[in-house]
Design a protein around this ligand. Structure first.
Ligand code: HEC
Length: 125
């Protein structure tokens, strides 16, 4: 029983480690620190909502964060395509939103998205 849990934990850590280790995601993490950390944290809400688990979640769905109505009602799910459009120009993608920031460089957006993808939700205990 404990052996099984241990093995599963090791497998999970190895997987997370692999995702972090891709050069693309590592570059994304550096960019995220430089650009996004001013307003976002991984595990807490700041000016912007927390980023853990953002890849795959519905836009505007962190329970305690005060989103714009536009984002909450957008019906968008965050995947590589929608994140790319958002980061290119949030206001063009979801008019009325509150994030005053753009990433103009496509390669930088791709790296950032690869990093966001590594921030998988914490496993349920
Ligand atoms: C100047 C502050 C600021 C910066 C810098 C910023 N953001 Fe945001 N971000 C926000 C705010 C505010 C929101 C909430 C928007 C709303 O509710 O309309 C947000 C929302 C988001 C969302 C939607 C999250 C959700 O839960 O639906 C994503 C994804 C996101 N930001 C990614 C990024 C990334 C990646 C970067 C760095 C390239 C970044 N942001 C930089 C302020 C910022």
């Amino acid at each position: 029983m404990f052996r099984t849990i241990g093995a599963a934990l090791i497998a999970a850590c190895t997987l997370a480690g692999t995702a972090q280790a891709t050069p693309q995601a590592a570059k994304g993490e550096r960019l995220w620190q430089q650009r996004c950390a001013e307003c976002h944290a991984v595990d807490t809400d700041q000016t912007g909502p927390r980023h853990r688990g953002v890849f795959g979640r519905r836009a505007g769905s962190v329970p305690d964060y005060d989103y714009s109505r536009a984002v909450r009602k957008s019906g968008v799910y965050w995947d590589a395509a929608s994140l790319d459009r958002w980061l290119t120009d949030p206001e063009k993608f979801i008019p009325g939103q509150n994030m005053d920031f753009k990433v103009r460089n496509k390669a930088e957006r791709a790296a950032l998205i690869a990093y966001l993808q590594t921030l998988t939700p914490a496993p349920h205990p």
